[in-house]
Design a binder for this molecule. Structure first.
Ligand code: DGY
Length: 319
């Protein structure tokens, strides 16, 4: 008999086809806000479940998961929407989707860097409003990235991919991390151990931190004050890592030049403080949103589920 698998959201078609083939799959196809009660009810008899970063499972929800469930997969590398301690004490294996989304997410960080530096959001809004006065030598001038310093905060796989891309733009790349990486993983980026030195070196700061209590409001007013006047901030990690009031104030005062944000603390809500600012590019959490990447993420999640159900310990086992 095929093991039961409950899937919270619509997934790319090849992933759904594989799930239907290998499992007694129950597709909830939830849209919009996560309905935890409906999800938990649909776990009845299931050995596995597949959720997304938009589906929050706190300790109370995990306590209500039926005993038949052995593995919970998340369609994400991030796991801050799952209470991992509760999953562990319940004996529930958790698998995620690392690596396969690194390049796509780095591409999106690069997109935001370029869009913020070159005022692409403002320009697009002007064109759509039919308000473009025409070409002049001083119209909508941005900042060149060539020769500037990119500071990568959090040099995991996404940060490493971004470091390689940015060097293709003739940027100098520095990084700050809990520990220095082996030289072969640094990809030409220079480690700066001292946080204050790192912040004051960056013309562009790209944040690649996980969510959770340890990184809450990491970018606060004190750290923003250490950034160079005119610096650009990009975030493709988790929205909770930024104090939005402080960042918006620095963008409004002109201390910071621009920002590019793909993630927000309570998605899909976007903090109101940004909506009136021209110098911030806002995207709806598109980091891994390519057809190729989302299919690869789904396949990796299913691989992890199959491995756990076969009694093995997959490389993407989180807890
Ligand atoms: C993740 O995988 O954690 C991303 O945020 C989803 O794109």
């Amino acid at each position: 008999m095929k093991p039961g698998l409950t899937i919270s959201r619509v997934l790319p078609a090849p992933v759904e086809a594989r799930a239907a083939e290998g499992f007694a799959a129950r597709f909830l196809a939830q849209d919009g806000a996560f309905d935890a009660a409906a999800f938990l009810a649909a776990l009845d008899g299931a050995a596995a479940a597949l959720i997304t970063p938009a589906d929050r499972l706190d300790a109370a929800a995990i306590a209500r998961i039926p005993a038949t469930l052995r593995v919970l997969a998340t369609f994400s590398v991030g796991t801050d929407h799952i209470d991992l301690d509760a999953a562990k004490s319940r004996g529930l294996a958790v698998v995620n989707t690392p690596d396969v989304l690194s390049f796509a997410t780095a591409e999106l960080a690069l997109t935001l860097m370029l869009a913020a530096a070159r005022r692409a959001g403002e320009g697009e809004r002007i064109v759509r409003a039919r308000a473009w006065p025409g070409w002049t030598p001083t119209y909508l001038l941005g900042t060149s990235l060539q020769g500037k310093t990119l500071g990568i905060l959090g040099m995991g796989r996404i940060g490493q991919a971004l470091a390689r891309m940015a060097q293709g733009l003739s940027m100098r790349v520095v990084y700050h991390n809990r520990r220095r990486l082996p030289p072969e993983q640094e990809g030409g980026a220079a480690f700066i151990a001292d946080e204050a030195d790192f912040l004051s070196a960056a013309d562009v700061l790209s944040i690649h931190l996980p969510g959770g209590a340890a990184t809450l409001h990491w970018l606060n007013a004190a750290r923003i004050a250490r950034l160079k006047p005119g610096a650009i901030v990009v975030n493709t990690g988790r929205g909770t890592t930024i104090d939005d009031e402080a960042l918006a104030a620095a963008l409004a005062s002109g201390h910071l030049g621009a920002a590019g944000l793909d993630v927000f603390p309570a998605e899909p809500a976007v903090p109101e403080v940004y909506l009136g600012l021209e110098n911030v590019v806002l995207l709806p959490h598109l980091g891994s949103a390519t057809r190729e990447t989302r299919t690869a993420m789904g396949m990796l999640a299913l691989d992890g589920i199959e491995e756990v159900l076969a009694g093995r310990s997959p490389a993407n086992l989180v807890a």
